[in-house]
Design a protein around this ligand. Structure first.
Ligand SMILES: [Zn+2]
Length: 251
């Protein structure tokens, strides 16, 4: 049976029996995959110190690909990084858990995106080392939407196509996939009133490369996050579990 090798980040882990688990990875070459880790044989090396496959850790894995089933067989997982700084700080850990939940919810099995994999692993590194990882998290949400083709129109009214720059507020409609100017709003009732400034900053974050010097005022961060939650809830048709924990930390 063919054995495949790839880099992978652990998204989910759940017990299958006393001695085995189902582990969901986001991989560089195969996208999201589910694997059965049966009596899991660990790689004996100093690099691999934990007894089980850790959540939110980066591995090089070997797995046997099964045709006709969604569940492949994990044969080896060699730890590359478990982002130790994430594990000593609850706020960072919840933010990292949230981005993993986003990847899990937004991706399909066997639909790889190297770009998303790289943004995901770089964001985990960024969250673990940054003093305040809020902007990292926002940028990840926006980049994920862009890579997977869900980025809303934030610069122009989706109906009349006019620029929104001169307006102070716009209506953000998830259903219409972007913002609506004052003149067009009356025809589209559902949405969220947001400041134009926040939307234009969110739009710029989609293409940002270096985050080190980016500073965004807290009220703008809060407004962008609120708009993203509204939009993500609408796309997935549900609320994400991690939001409960992120709120707890914010309070
Ligand atoms: Zn308009």
């Amino acid at each position: 049976m063919p054995v495949f090798k790839t880099e992978a980040i652990v998204l989910r882990r759940r017990d299958y029996s006393n001695s085995s688990q189902i582990i969901t990875f986001y991989t560089r070459d195969y996208g999201k995959i589910h694997t059965l880790a049966k009596g899991f044989k660990r790689h004996v090396s100093r690099k691999c110190s934990s007894k089980a496959v850790d959540l939110l850790a980066y591995y090089q894995i070997l797995f046997i690909k099964r045709e006709h089933t969604y569940l492949h067989t994990l044969t080896e997982a060699i730890l590359q990084s478990n982002y130790p700084l994430l594990r000593n700080n609850l706020d960072k850990y919840y933010k990292a858990s949230y981005i993993a939940e986003l990847v899990n919810e937004f991706t399909q099995e066997n639909d790889p995106s190297e770009q998303l994999f790289d943004v995901f692993s770089n964001t985990l590194t960024g969250i673990s080392i940054d003093e305040d990882a809020t902007i990292r998290m926002l940028v990840f949400e926006i980049k994920l939407l862009k890579i997977l083709g869900y980025l809303p129109e934030w610069r122009r009214c989706v109906n009349c196509k006019n620029s929104i720059q001169h307006l102070s507020e716009v209506l953000f409609s998830a259903k219409e996939g972007g913002v609506l100017c004052r003149r067009c709003q009356s025809r589209f009732k559902n949405g969220l009133i947001v400041s134009t400034g926040a939307m234009l900053i969110a739009d710029r974050l989609a293409d940002i490369q270096k985050l080190e010097r980016v500073r965004i005022q807290l009220p703008i961060c809060v407004e962008i996050e609120k708009a993203l939650r509204y939009y993500i809830t609408s796309i997935l048709n549900k609320e994400l579990i991690s939001w409960k924990y992120l709120n707890t930390v914010a309070q």
